[in-house]
Design a binder for this molecule. Structure first.
Ligand code: C2O
Ligand code: CU
Ligand code: CU
Length: 516
């Protein structure tokens, strides 16, 4: 099926309206619903899931240190839109088919509000999961201003719930960032990038079997999903008319498995100002930005020299990354089009400041522990390949249990063949370095034998991160201080097919030991 590109205007999700606001507290109620929405001029309206009648959901705007409460309501039907594999952890035939819980990705929130995968609930809370915690979630917003996103996270069906549409942006702002005079108002917008495939009737297509199919399991989870079209903010291959001036885009890779390596067809650079956890120290001028699922890039594009030109935002990341197939430059090699066609409405006073923020480096010397954690490919009981974190499945006892306030280094030792975007809930971390090692030697001895130099993270990874690309045959080291809450969280690969198929582990932040 051929779908025309750049025939629909980009839409900017609306800002969520609160139920009430009092002093420093804002209260929202958000319903998850099923409805039809036009995603492209030539496609019949698509049955999707979304929030308050919109896919992606409305953007939640937060101010640092101003508390938000959200009551998440499940008003979804009892039957799933997409093929549910009942052999996957948490999705067994005894479980309700449609279960949801919402996680604020990158949010520093108490454990009961984190959207633990087993804290799901069904329509109208008729049934709740084994760890059901609450209906109203607390988001303290005591963290650096940045672009977060909220998305579905129920055990065993996250890939399907997010694919159906349950995702939206969440932006934290503060006065200090405001004072930087970055582009704002209608010159600042979130771009949620996702890939999807469609049936000719406009319905979402998600495979019910891998290729070749797995004997005896139908539907079955697939190793990773790659869609045939690219959507931005819920529109297939949109265009955006812009003025010849600077714009700020908060880019979120909300895809299940697809990586994007972004560039602009004009050959001009991006000025990347922020990453997952907020502003970098200084802007990074780069012609390419690589984003794995769940990673974010906050960037400025200066359209001022390009009056009357059309500029494509392109993607050349192979799928799976980094050893998969090249993307078709005519389809998923394109993301959206900017038309520099609107006359300049006012002088552009916005800046790209040379200094953006201060980032205090966590020091390895202060780390109380260094954990070695492998990413390893094995086979499940049906002979399907799956990936495990440190060889363990979701139901294994908790093994990562840092003390509150302690600093730890985690070595992500990737023994598999592709890059896995590893995400930790609760904390932001810093990437220390990456180094390639001898896989065969590691398999035989369990020891790391380096085969290359220690590489510092990319310039645009030298800020706060919550998701990091762990490349095959490399040790990726991250450092984090665990807190400010104790309790149960998770860490996982953000390729959603992997996360649903055991590449996720609970972890617990323990109370500090009492010293006499
Ligand atoms: Cu974006 Cu645990 O998730
Ligand atoms: Cu998260
Ligand atoms: Cu993975």
């Amino acid at each position: 099926m051929k779908i025309a590109k750049f025939v629909d205007k980009l839409l900017v999700p609306s800002i969520l309206k609160p139920k009430w606001r009092k002093n420093n507290l804002t209260y929202y109620e958000v319903r998850m619903q099923q409805f039809r929405q036009k995603l492209h001029r030539d496609l019949p309206a698509t049955l999707v899931w979304g929030f308050e009648g919109a896919y992606p959901g409305p953007t939640i705007e937060a101010i640092r240190n101003q508390w938000i409460k959200v009551k998440w309501l499940n008003n979804l039907p009892a039957e799933h839109l997409l093929p549910v594999d009942t052999t996957i952890h948490g999705a067994g035939p005894d479980q309700p088919q449609v279960r949801t819980v919402i996680h604020l990705h990158g949010g520093v929130v108490p454990p009961e509000s984190d959207g633990y995968p087993e804290a799901w609930f069904t329509n109208n809370y008729q049934e709740v999961g084994p760890f059901f915690t609450r209906k109203v979630y607390d988001y303290p917003n005591r963290q650096r201003p940045t672009t977060l996103w909220y998305h579905a996270h129920a055990l065993g069906i996250t890939r399907l719930n997010v694919y159906a549409g349950l995702a939206g942006a969440y932006i934290i702002r503060d006065a200090r960032e405001e004072a930087l005079d970055l582009p704002k108002g209608c010159y600042e917008l979130p771009l949620l990038i996702q890939d999807r495939s469609f049936q000719p009737d406009g319905s979402l297509f998600y495979p019910s079997q891998p290729d070749p199919p797995v004997p005896g399991v139908d539907p079955s989870v697939i190793p990773d999903f790659f869609g045939e079209t690219i959507l931005v903010n819920g529109i297939v291959w949109p265009y955006l008319e812009v003025e010849p001036r600077k714009y700020r885009f908060r880019i979120i890779n909300g895809s299940n498995a697809r990586f994007y390596r972004l560039s602009l067809s004009s050959g001009q650079p991006f000025y990347q100002i922020g990453t997952d956890g907020g502003l970098l120290e200084k802007p990074v001028v780069t012609k390419e930005i690589l984003l794995a699922p769940a990673e974010r890039a906050d960037l400025i594009i200066d359209f001022s020299p390009y009056w009357r030109q059309n500029i494509l935002l392109t993607n050349d990341a192979v799928a799976p990354f980094p050893r998969g197939e090249a993307v078709d430059p005519d389809t998923v090699g394109q993301i959206m089009q900017f038309r520099v066609s609107l006359p300049l409405s006012s002088y552009d006073f916005s800046q790209i400041p040379a200094r953006l923020s201060i980032i205090h480096r966590l020091s390895e010397a202060e780390a109380s522990r260094e954990r070695k954690l492998t990413l390893v490919r094995e086979s499940d009981q049906y002979g399907r390949p799956f990936l495990l974190l440190d060889g363990k499945i979701w139901d294994d006892p908790i093994s990562e249990n840092p003390r509150l306030g302690s600093i730890e280094v985690w070595q992500l030792i990737n023994l598999a063949l592709s890059t896995h975007p590893i995400h930790l809930h609760l904390v932001n971390f810093q990437v220390l370095d990456r180094q390639s090692f001898d896989l065969e030697y590691f398999r035989q001895t369990g020891q790391i034998l380096p085969t290359g130099p220690v590489r510092l993270p990319d310039l645009n990874e030298r800020g706060w991160k919550d998701t990091v690309r762990a490349n095959p045959g490399e040790v990726t080291r991250i450092i984090s201080r665990f807190g400010p809450y104790t309790g149960l969280y998770v860490w996982h690969c953000h390729i959603l097919e992997h996360e649903d198929h055991e590449m996720m582990r609970p972890y617990q932040v323990l109370r500090p030991v009492n010293r006499p």
